[in-house]
Design a protein around this ligand. Structure first.
Ligand SMILES: [Zn+2]
Ligand SMILES: [Zn+2]
Length: 178
C-alpha cells in the first residue's frame, strides 16, 4: 500500500527526476508502473518484472499520478486518522478494563473481609457460649458438692447419734433380750 513516505518520495522523484533504478545500475527511473505505483527504469519496463504491467513515461503520467497521489494521500490521511482514533479508543477501553478489574478486585477483597469478620464474630460468640456453659457447669458442680458435703455431715452426725444411743442403752437392750 501507499504510505505517506512513499508518496512523498514518488512526488519528489518525479519533480526532480533524480531517481535511479535499484536493479539496473545507472538507469534513471523514467517510467511509472500503475500496477505497482512505483517509478521504474526502461529496463524494468521492457525486460524486467514490470514488462506485463501498465507503464507510462513519467512526464506523460505525471498529471495522472499527481491526481491519483493527492487522492491517495487524502485516503491515507483519513485512514491513519481512523487508525489513530481506533488506537485511542482501544487505549481508553484498556484503561476502562483495568479500572473495572481493579474495582472487582476491591469488591472481592471487601466481600472476603466481611465473610472473615462474620466468621470471627461467630467464633467469639461460640467461645463465649462455651465459656458460660462451662461456668454454669462448674457452679452447679460446686453447689452439688457442697450439698453432698452437708449431707455427709448430716449422715455422720446421725451415725454418731445412733452410736451414742446404742452405747447408752446397751445394757438395757441386753437385759431386755434375756
Ligand atoms: Zn530497472
Ligand atoms: Zn509493476
Amino acid at each position: 500500500m501507499y504510505s505517506n513516505d512513499n508518496i512523498e518520495k514518488i512526488e519528489k522523484s518525479i519533480s526532480l527526476n533524480t531517481s535511479y533504478c535499484a536493479e539496473h545500475m545507472g538507469e534513471k527511473c523514467n517510467y511509472f508502473c500503475f500496477n505497482c505505483s512505483k517509478l521504474i527504469c526502461s529496463e524494468c519496463a521492457i525486460h524486467g518484472s514490470h514488462h506485463e504491467h501498465k507503464v507510462m513515461n513519467v512526464r506523460k503520467a505525471m498529471p495522472l499520478i499527481s491526481g491519483n497521489i493527492k487522492e491517495i494521500k487524502i485516503k491515507v490521511e483519513s485512514c491513519s486518522k481512523k487508525i489513530r482514533d481506533l488506537l485511542l479508543e482501544e487505549e481508553s477501553k484498556k484503561e476502562k478494563i483495568f479500572e473495572d478489574l481493579n474495582n472487582s478486585k476491591n469488591l472481592l477483597r471487601e466481600a472476603i473481609k466481611k465473610i472473615i469478620d462474620s466468621i470471627k464474630r461467630k467464633e467469639n460468640n461460640l467461645i463465649e457460649m462455651l465459656d458460660s456453659l462451662m461456668n454454669n457447669y462448674i457452679n452447679s458442680y460446686k453447689i452439688s458438692l457442697s450439698h453432698l458435703g452437708s449431707k455427709y455431715e448430716e449422715a455422720k452426725n446421725f451415725v454418731e447419734a445412733i452410736n451414742c444411743f446404742i452405747s447408752n442403752n446397751h445394757i438395757v437392750l441386753i437385759n431386755r433380750k434375756r
